[in-house]
Write a protein that binds this ligand. Structure first.
Ligand code: G4P
Length: 292
């Protein structure tokens, strides 16, 4: 599988995080609830030290609620971490975040000093949506392109909280092929950066193992085909993804499966579980050479 990667970016990210962390009271790390390990960047965990951190399991409306619950328990075993699943467009749920920040840092609130909060997360995880909901209005962000040097943008929530938004800091770590495949399946990586059919086949296999009933129901199958390829073929046939001569267009069928997974049409699906990927969270995780 070929996945585009941005060499040198980790080094820059590290410098930016080291520079900003001393001016921050609390970190809000936005993760994708469907893949909290692969959507995290271990660099942040390594540099955070004992700084408090709220891990938002965003897009929880798309994730399997029982698995999300286990992720919350797992993440909260980390020092100084509070984990909350939410849907970042939901004002009521998002409204709990400022209260939680104040609760976690009572001394600063008592001293009437603004809480300085850093929001980080890989692209497409829902940071802008979350910030807009927190601010109650659309905030223009500086851009998430890795090549652009961006200064932290400060947003005064007018409730004693000063948000620092740092577009372009964190990118996913793609040195683990399974994790990169899950990121691709979730839609976090641009579609041009990977082979759609390959990711579609891996996804079909995963769904057949973990969520067979959802697969059967969505595509009105009486039984699961034996192989992922046959599953994709069957999906393509049923949805009219055909080429001249009546054969299935495998690429389009895989694309359709991924689209329906990402939009939640297949049901609430988690792409990874704590027991499968716990190593990825341990401090001191070896990063790719670009971090050296
Ligand atoms: P980013 O700043 O971290 O890059 O992410 P952004 O907020 O732009 O969100 C990326 C995509 O994820 C957007 O969809 C957004 O609507 C969607 N999203 C954010 N939070 C949630 C959530 O809690 N649940 C669900 N289901 N989706 C969420 P998009 O299709 O790229 O854009 P749009 O058409 O919605 O504007």
């Amino acid at each position: 599988m070929i996945i585009d990667w941005y060499p040198g970016h980790m080094k820059k990210a590290r410098a930016q995080i080291i520079e900003i962390l001393p001016k921050i009271d609390l970190v809000i790390e936005v993760l994708d609830a469907r893949l909290p390990a692969s959507s995290a960047n271990p660099l942040l965990e390594r540099l955070r030290g004992d700084k408090l951190c709220i891990k938002i399991l965003n897009k929880s409306d798309l994730a399997d609620p029982t698995v999300t619950k286990r992720w919350v328990e797992f993440l909260e075993k980390q020092q100084g971490v509070k984990a909350i699943p939410l849907e970042s467009t939901n004002r009521r749920d998002v409204g709990l975040i400022p209260k939680l920040c104040r609760k976690l840092l009572p001394a600063r609130t008592k001293a009437k000093k603004p809480l300085r909060v850093l929001v980080v997360g890989i692209p497409n995880v829902g940071k802008s949506t979350l910030i807009n909901t927190l601010a109650g209005k659309k905030i223009a962000r500086v851009g998430d392109k890795p090549a652009i040097t961006t200064c932290p943008q400060q947003i005064d929530l007018r409730n004693g909280i000063l948000l620092s938004d740092t577009p372009g800091i964190l990118w996913p770590v793609l040195d683990n092929l399974a994790g990169a495949g899950r990121l691709a399946a979730s839609g976090a990586i641009g579609d041009n950066a990977f082979d759609t059919l390959e990711v579609g086949l891996t996804t079909a296999q995963y769904l057949a193992e973990k969520y067979p009933a959802l697969l059967l129901q969505r595509y009105k199958l009486s039984e699961l085909p034996e192989t992922p390829l046959e599953t994709v073929v069957e999906i393509g046939r049923r949805r009219g993804c055909l080429i001249k001569g009546g054969d299935v267009d495998l690429h389009r069928a895989a694309e359709l499966l991924l689209r329906e997974l990402r939009s939640g049409k297949l049901g609430r699906i988690s792409l990874e579980r704590p027991e499968e990927v716990s190593g990825a969270f341990e401090k001191g995780v070896k990063l790719t050479a670009v971090d050296e």
